[in-house]
Design a protein around this ligand. Sequence first.
Ligand code: AMP
Ligand code: GLY
Length: 432
Amino acid sequence: MKVLVIGGGGREHALVWKLRQSPHLARLFCAPGNAGIARQAECVPIGAEDVEGLLTFALQQGVDLTVVGPEAPLAHGIVNRFSARGLRIFGPTREAAAVETSKTFAKELLRRHGIPTAPFRVFSAFEEARRYVREQGAPIVVKADGLAAGKGVVVARSIPEAEEALRRFMVEGELGEAGRTVVVEACLRGEEASVLALSDGQTILALAPAQDHKPVFDGDRGPNTGGMGAYSPVPLVTPALQQRILAEVLEPAVRGLAAEGTPYRGVLYAGLMIQDGAPYVLEFNARFGDPEAQPILVRMQDDLLPLLLGVAEGKLPQSGVSWDPRAAVCVVMSSAGYPGSYAKGHVIRGLEEADRLPDVVVFHAGTAVRDGDVVTSGGRVLGVTALGDGIGAAIERAYEAVRHITWAGAHYRTDIGRKAQARLKGTAAVAG
Ligand code: AMP
Ligand code: GLY
């Protein structure tokens, strides 16, 4: 089979790494890919958002399955376009991807189907939003409706902070059209977890839970990023809670979308707050998480290709997925300055030494090749991922690998997975 993966980050490297192991694979392309992906797939210099360029390539090459990594091509309707030309593609249509591209759509879907989420109101007039915020009091959460690359959510500790966010989004148009409409919702408290599920529109296959680390610095301090590390399984998510998430969140969402004429085919990512033991949806994403995909995919024991194909064809097998019982931890190494501005082009040393360690995979994100050297080319540069017997061993192994890798201005958090370790001291059973 010929497979094309779209994207060029750590998530796409994990997808390529996993698909490479499939006995059904004949050729593997990635557009545009990165320096690490280039070792396992044929990289094609077409941007992830160039839908027409990608379509032409897939038709010319006779690609059997296209796998979409990031959200932007989904928002541009790549799945609608490929499907109309008879091409098999993994990912939701533009209409179903609205679970991620419009927070208003997502929240209203949740409300219609009785799926637990923070109480909310939607506003497109600044004065009304401001009045509501003043009535409700702080803390309160302001969310831009559209895609905002992680900059569209403000958890406001005070009324002036909330009003400032409303002003920036709605009056000053800091996020363009994405922020003209906002969701204002109650602030939840607890610990977060991500539970992803494959869906062919009807059948659902939940994946092992993962936990992300969004803030840039240790102890969850500093600005939010795309994610500075992740691990799986998650002690917070017991088998009983995972069942509840399936029954109260994922199943009603997929059933609801199908009943409303927007069947969801792809991977549905539920970002959850676990408050007093109960799950509440913070957000849906229409794709694999980055960096959650890295620990999830290194633990997956089944062949990924038939699963993705099953989703694309509407024939997802009902059988469950098997997971490596070991824990996986992914530590993201980023460029100093990220998520703000940062330098590019620094030579990365020690990659081979790190990759040679047993049970370690170094996934590339923002890397490129220059004069034969691997150099930094993005904010998140690498996702150093390790398996271990228990979370403690996986953490140790991942950081051992991280210590082999250097470049000028490399940054990483030193506490990835610590919350899991702390919780494990008290509990036993873990889902996935
Ligand atoms: P989102 O993109 O909606 O997941 O929001 C980004 C981050 O903001 C989440 O990962 C949470 O840490 C935080 N957040 C979002 N909504 C809420 C909420 N209702 N209560 C508390 N924190 C929230
Ligand atoms: N790591 C969070 C996300 O992929 O949205």
